[in-house]
Design a protein around this ligand. Structure first.
Ligand code: ARG
Length: 459
């Protein structure tokens, strides 16, 4: 028991299995930098209160630097009794600068405000990094969309061919989803970036520490205004996991589309070898494993969110050890999402499209709406034109024609006498696409405008 920081009131030894069960050091050492930074600024606060001398403070800072170097070079030696990153760093500090001084750093502080501080710094820094790689992923999509603006493809509802759209319009859809994710991420960073430090175990600081000073020193935007909230709030973790889940959902839908588009049956796109794998048995196979993993890993990230929410749903206020269960799901989700963005960026920037295949997949029945619109332009109510166009589709089917465009003018006029010779103008995919030039539509000008707006939103 004397090994432990809190050993004073204990006489019995702990079960070694309990030590393992309790320990978070194997995974929370990821936060070593945030932990050392927190102690650095916290001890400055103590010095301002004259709870440390200037000399003691500089000794502490010297020790913290050494420890940082040890973690960075993988030479930090863990010892029995190192429960978590906080106890490990404090124990090591004592070995370097002597326990007489290191024994003062935790004055007025608790691991409860300490761990909340570390976690918020860690999340903030990781989300900032995420933000950068997400931005370049979105830019990759936008660049591609601008370059391939002329390519048309079928747009689908219910996975049935619906209306012709630009390939770039489809890309712009995902760029829009991801830009919303980007925006949401900035909001989460903002809400995460508040300081719990100086809240103590739960009740507040007994020496009147300057919490604004601590917050500023650690790059926080503000101080959490209630000490009980400061130590017990993990909503920033939940939000990060929710964000990760929603983002992975978008990635999963993108992947599913691309898996379908890359089948032999569709043939719209081909993944680069770098993101495909072969079969151990069938020599001809080239499988879209990258996309399947992106789709599959969305389940894993959702598991992190739901698991952690269950862990904390009924815990009483304020700190409870259940909260230590925030780390593994968070770290796993952050790593998974980061890797997924990088892989998705690679896939999107290296795939090749087959514009001919996309255009071959356009069929004349996809212009049935345009045929109805043709009569609308001649003053016929849409509900009526919808019906008339439907009859044309049925007639063409009956006559086993390859499409509605193959009906003769006489056949059109037999269905409705308001059809004229200019009805043939309807049967042009490019014209159909270019008509949809209202904001958000698939006309070239409308898509280019969407892409430009997204670029602005990112800057
Ligand atoms: N390792 C702990 C965690 O991650 C640190 C906080 C421990 N506090 C306590 N009162 N036991 O939550």
């Amino acid at each position: 028991a004397e090994l432990r920081l809190w050993g004073g009131r204990f006489t019995g030894a702990s079960d070694p299995l309990m030590d393992l069960y309790n320990a978070s050091l194997p995974y929370d050492q990821k936060m070593y930098e945030a932990d050392l930074e927190g102690t650095k600024v916290y001890t400055e606060g103590l010095e301002k209160l004259k709870l440390l001398t200037k000399d003691e403070l500089s000794e502490i800072h010297r020790g913290l630097e050494i420890i940082k170097g040890e973690w960075a070079s993988n030479s930090f030696v863990e010892k029995a009794g190192d429960e978590d990153i906080h106890t490990a760093n404090e124990r090591r500090l004592g070995e370097i600068i002597g326990r007489n001084i290191s024994g003062k750093v935790h004055t007025g502080r608790s691991r409860n405000d300490q761990v909340a501080t570390d976690m918020r710094i860690y999340v903030r820094e990781n989300l900032k990094k995420m933000s950068e790689i997400l931005k370049s992923f979105i830019e990759t999509i936008i660049n591609r969309a601008e370059q391939e603006i002329d390519v048309l493809m079928p747009g689908y509802t219910h996975l049935q061919r619906a209306q012709p759209i630009r390939w770039s319009h489809w890309l712009s859809m995902y760029a829009t989803y991801f830009t919303e994710d980007y925006d949401r991420l900035q909001q989460i960073i903002e809400r995460t970036n508040k300081s719990p430090l100086g809240a103590g175990a739960l009740a507040g600081h007994p020496y009147g520490i300057d919490r604004e000073y601590l917050a500023q020193g650690l790059g926080f935007n503000s101080v959490i205004g209630n000490s009980l909230v400061a130590v017990s709030d993990r909503d920033f973790v939940v939000e990060t996991l929710f964000w990760s889940t929603l983002f992975m959902n978008h990635i999963s839908r993108l992947s599913e589309d691309m898996i379908i588009y890359s089948t032999g049956e569709f043939g719209f796109l081909k993944l680069a070898d770098a993101y495909s794998t072969g079969s151990s048995l069938m020599p001809q196979k080239k499988n879209p494993d990258s996309l399947e993993l992106l789709r599959g890993k969305s389940g894993r990230v959702f598991g992190s969110l739901s698991g952690f929410l269950m862990s904390i749903k009924s815990i009483p206020s304020t700190y409870n050890k259940d909260m230590q269960e925030d780390k593994e799901p968070l770290f796993d989700a952050l790593t998974t999402v980061e890797h997924s963005i990088l892989i998705a960026t690679g896939v999107v920037s290296t795939l090749s499209i087959n514009a001919d295949k996309m255009e071959e997949a356009l069929t004349m029945d996809m212009l049935a709406t345009d045929l109805a619109d043709y009569l609308v332009r001649k003053g016929v109510p849409f509900r009526e034109t919808h019906h008339i166009s439907g009859e044309c589709v049925r007639k063409a089917e009956e006559l086993a024609l390859s499409g509605i465009d193959k009906l003769s003018l006489e056949q059109f006029q037999a269905i409705d006498e308001r059809f004229n010779a200019d009805v043939t103008d309807v049967f042009d995919f490019e014209v159909s696409v270019e008509r949809r030039d209202a904001t958000g539509g698939t006309a070239k000008s409308a898509v280019l405008k969407q892409l430009a707006t997204l670029r602005t939103a990112l800057n």
